[in-house]
Design a binder for this molecule. Structure first.
Ligand code: ADP
Ligand code: MG
Length: 239
């Protein structure tokens, strides 16, 4: 279980213009936290800083009360799922799922145990010997998720993981991800530009615009009491 805290986080790519500024935020253990905002608002930048893939220009980032600003990604005990999840085309489903564990030199016996459990939970048991091109889009997405699940990281970061799927599959995968998060007790930070996705999935939602937090709250309070006109029009409630 992981608790994430940000104090006055800022990001500038060119040391002049700030794409994120004054971000104060606390994400609780086991919470499904959604970052939502229009394209270019800074969602991916923020997520990548949490993951350690992007340098933090100012402020303090803590995971479990420990400052991690300069900690390497692999030492942060988290797992990230990207928008354009790439499976290795020449490897089987099983090899794709186990790739990260192999790299971390997890013992074979432990790998086998985790693979069996994960495949069962994700409905992939029958597909383990297939190659990615022999799978549907939804199945491929499930393999990408399984690759994260098998890592047993307590903190998950997802950056628009469903944006390449059609509407029906997207609705289905939303439920699957929610179910998985609850079942494993994960702390989830989930990025989307889709208001419906944010409102249906989030325990709490942070609305971001132009690098600044507009509002943080649960879906009902955002809908009923939007903090400003931007939130009102973005979430779609009358104000
Ligand atoms: P979002 O994920 O909400 O669409 P991003 O975090 O990708 O937003 O981008 C926020 C801002 O930072 C945008 O103005 C974008 O052009 C800029 N940006 C993102 N990545 C880089 C980069 N590697 N170098 C310079 N500017 C970047
Ligand atoms: Mg993005």
């Amino acid at each position: 279980m992981q608790h994430v805290e940000m104090k006055n986080i800022a990001k500038s790519y060119d040391k002049e213009h700030y794409v994120l500024n004054g971000i104060d935020l606390e994400i609780e253990e086991g919470e499904f936290f959604v970052l939502v905002g229009p394209s270019g608002s800074g969602k991916s930048t923020l997520l990548r800083m949490i993951a350690g893939l992007e340098e933090i220009s100012g402020g303090i980032l803590k995971i479990n009360d420990k400052v991690v600003n300069h900690l390497r990604p692999k030492d942060r005990n988290l797992s990230m799922v990207f928008q354009n999840y790439a499976l290795y085309p020449h490897l089987s489903v099983e090899q794709n799922i186990l790739f990260g564990l192999n790299a971390k030199k997890v013992k074979k016996q432990e790998q086998k145990k985790r693979l069996t459990e994960t495949a069962e939970m994700m409905g992939l048991t029958e597909l383990l010997k297939r190659k990615p091109k022999q799978l549907s889009g939804g199945q491929r997405q499930r393999v990408a998720l399984a690759r994260s699940v098998v890592s047993e990281a307590p903190l998950f970061l997802m950056d628009e993981p469903l944006s390449n799927l059609d509407a029906k599959l997207r609705a289905h995968m939303r439920m699957e991800i929610r179910r998985l998060q609850k079942k494993l007790g994960l702390t989830m930070i989930y990025v989307t530009h889709d208001q419906v996705e944010a409102m249906t999935m989030g325990d709490r939602i942070m609305v971001l615009n132009d690098g600044k937090i507009q509002q943080v709250g649960d879906p009902i309070s955002l809908y009923n009491n939007p903090a400003n006109l931007f939130v009102a029009s973005f979430i779609g409630s009358p104000k």
